[in-house]
Write a protein that binds this ligand. Structure first.
Ligand code: PLP
Length: 284
């Protein structure tokens, strides 16, 4: 009998495939801090196109992608961001938006499907003509899929409604789309449609789609130009990083199409072995 071990700690523990390692070994590279790495350029161009945004920036992690995005939108002291009380940025990112960025988080209750009620979001927006004691609301953050709600997907319609609310109050909308491809496949909605209302999106390449390292943020050209400067400030500018981007390009080509079968298997396992107190951070 052949025994196979399937490691289900997280979708982050995948190893690079043969094709990824081959692509890494032969990747064309140059200094990406100076903006010359052709493989990173290809990855950023491809991701901007897939996400339906003007430009993209490769970053070392999802945490840095969210941090850079929030700080780029909230570049004035006294800025406040509205986000879910059960979202990744608020719970699992060391409070970086506050400790590093000086951005004040205003939480709104997350429902069990990962949404926040529109009227609660609107009630949390500060009146810009209000008392001088209030911080200034500048940004709303959503998370799709919503990790702490068991990977629930936010619909395009809901995202559009939050986007309209943001526009009405002259705010920006950021989506933590660590697993946005999973959402797109599960909902059967193209990924660019899902994030149409967003001013920026952070996408993990090293989660569901199985690249070894990295995330991408997408947005307008001017947003990405500011984000690039901030990435350098945070120490996230990397030199011949095409070695990593090459694996991510393979992940995009090979693995997005496999998510549907991933979801089928996950549902099967969830039905059999579902238990709620599993916490992968405890595994040492
Ligand atoms: C994993 C994750 C991140 C952060 O990504 P890292 O690459 O681990 O820093 C952000 N948001 C969500 C929803 C995540 O699941």
């Amino acid at each position: 009998m052949v025994t196979r071990t399937v490691d289900l700690r997280s979708d982050t523990v995948t190893k690079p495939t043969e094709a990824m390692r081959a692509a890494m070994a032969t990747a064309e590279v140059d200094d990406d801090v100076l903006g010359y790495d052709p493989t990173v350029f290809r990855l950023e161009t491809e991701m901007a196109k897939i996400m339906g945004k003007e430009a993209a920036l490769f970053v070392p992690s999802g945490t840095m992608g969210n941090l850079i995005s929030v700080l780029t939108h909230c570049d004035v002291r006294g800025s406040e961001v509205i986000l879910g009380d059960n979202c990744h940025i608020f719970i699992y990112e060391n409070g970086g938006i506050s400790t590093i960025g000086g951005v004040h988080p205003r939480t709104v209750k997350n429902n069990s499907d990962g949404t926040m009620d529109l009227d609660l979001i609107e009630a949390a927006i500060r009146d810009p003509r209000g008392e001088i004691v209030y911080p200034t609301t500048r940004l709303i953050c959503l998370e799709n899929t919503h990790a702490n709600s068991g990977g629930k997907c936010l619909s395009a319609e809901y995202t559009d409604q939050v986007g309209e609310l943001a526009k009405k109050h002259d705010l920006k909308l950021h989506i933590d789309g660590a697993r946005i491809f999973n959402s797109s496949v599960a909902l059967g909605v193209p990924v660019d449609r899902l994030v149409r209302a967003a001013d920026s999106v952070s996408v993990c390449l090293s989660k569901g789609i199985g690249a070894p390292i990295g995330s991408i943020i997408v947005g307008s050209k001017s947003f990405i130009a500011k984000a690039r400067r901030l990435r350098k400030t945070l120490g996230g500018g990397m030199r011949q990083v095409g070695v990593i981007a090459a694996a991510a390009l393979v992940a995009l080509q090979e693995n997005v199409g496999k998510l549907e079968s991933d979801h089928k298997k996950a549902r099967l396992l969830a039905g059999k072995y579902y238990h709620t107190n599993f916490n992968y951070f405890r595994i040492k």
